[in-house]
Write a protein that binds this ligand. Structure first.
Ligand code: 6MZ
Length: 357
């Protein structure tokens, strides 16, 4: 099964750029920082010192995890490091037989390095172009712009503006359509007052962007989930806690089922951040029993030291899935990508040539 999961073509639809940075890339960034340290301020030294403690590990709480994000953000605070991480992340997914990747990130700025949100995004897009236009590359990469629920509303509007401005940035694959395909709402799930983002998400929809929204990653978020689902998002991230007490949110579950909104499932992430008690109680089983569309994803492969192959292996061993079932889950993800019918058709053809033995 392990070899099968590795060899199988895969589709990754829930991967946060800065959370996907591998240990090797972090080492690379630390060395780069050390080499240029003469020009850096005390603040940089601090980032390097703290950065040395970044090691993918077990039993992170959600708070620990978000502290680590801010350390990674300090390490990736100039255009060149953003370019490096993006290229490395794409190459690592490609090496894991991921054939289509929707990477997501929130544009960032840094006054010390003169990085603007716009230059951040350009670095990401240039890395996508350079990683995918080499002859040996078989991966198609698209971008989702993240809205961080912990940030002010104004930033969300700015992100939508940037998404519009750069949506058809030339990444050298005109036949594949726009490179920016959607927006997501993510960030620390304990932050409240997410309703304020609804008009931005609505405007994104009206501008023909697809929407994916993190919902119910932690318990007690049913009311906001109800409101966010009224936007009719195209996919949902996590939805971890809806099936824990199904009677309390049966209306939400019914909507997800009737509107056929696929769920992006991140097993290791949920386990490591303790948003589930153990894998056997993971909500994947609940939705599979209802024959609902579930897409296996990594979330933050660097942070949680995982890969998409590992996530499929975990799903198959935990829920006793056959090779055919694993292959179907991977293949069916094609139907839920945010790209055009043309891209879907290419991926369908590619899957059709894979022999499931
Ligand atoms: C919610 C998450 C997340 O945008 O800097 N992010 N948001 N729940 C999670 N579960 C563990 N994992 C990652 O990538 C890092 C950002 O993605 C979001 C957080 O906002 C984090 O700061 P970018 O590339």
């Amino acid at each position: 099964m392990e070899k099968f999961c590795r060899d199988m073509p895969k589709i990754e639809l829930h991967a946060h750029l800065n959370g996907s940075v591998s240990e090797q890339t972090i080492e690379k960034l630390l060395k780069r920082r050390a080499a240029t340290s003469s020009s850096s301020s005390e603040q940089h030294g601090e980032a390097v010192a703290t950065g040395c403690n970044i090691k993918p590990g077990n039993d992170l709480s959600l708070d620990d995890c978000f502290k680590k994000f801010s350390i990674i953000h300090q390490l990736c605070s100039d255009d060149e490091s953003v370019y490096i991480i993006t290229k490395d992340v794409i190459q690592e997914f490609a090496a894991d037989n991921v054939k289509y990747l929707e990477l997501r990130t929130g544009p960032k700025c840094n006054s010390t390095s003169n990085m603007t949100k716009s230059s951040y995004l350009k670095s990401v897009l240039q890395a996508i172009r350079d990683a995918t236009t080499v002859k040996t590359s078989e991966i198609i990469v698209k971008l989702i712009i993240s809205i961080d629920r912990a940030k002010p509303l104004q930033e969300a509007w700015e992100n939508l503006q940037l998404a519009k401005q750069f949506r058809n940035f030339d990444v050298g694959r005109e036949d594949m359509g726009d490179v920016i395909v959607g927006l997501d709402l993510s960030g620390h799930p304990s932050t409240t007052d997410v309703e304020k983002f609804i008009p931005v998400l609505q405007a994104a929809r009206e501008s023909s962007f697809k929407l994916t929204i993190h919902v119910s990653e932690i318990a007690g978020r049913e009311d906001e989930c109800r409101k966010l689902i009224s936007l009719r998002p195209h996919r949902l991230g996590h939805a971890t806690n809806l099936s824990t007490h199904p009677n309390q949110c049966i209306d939400i579950i019914q909507k997800i089922l009737i509107q056929n909104i696929p769920l992006e499932i991140c097993l290791t992430s949920n386990l490591m951040t303790s948003t589930i008690a153990d894998l056997s109680s993971h909500h994947l089983q609940y939705w599979l029993d209802k024959k609902h569309q579930c897409i296996i994803c990594t979330d933050d492969k660097g942070m949680f030291s995982t890969s998409l192959s590992k996530e499929f292996i975990l799903a198959s061993t935990t829920f006793n899935l056959s090779k055919e079932e694993v292959w179907s889950m991977s293949r069916n993800a094609v139907e839920h990508i945010f790209s055009s019918e043309h891209v879907k058709e290419q991926l369908r053809t590619m899957f059709a040539t894979f022999i499931c033995d």
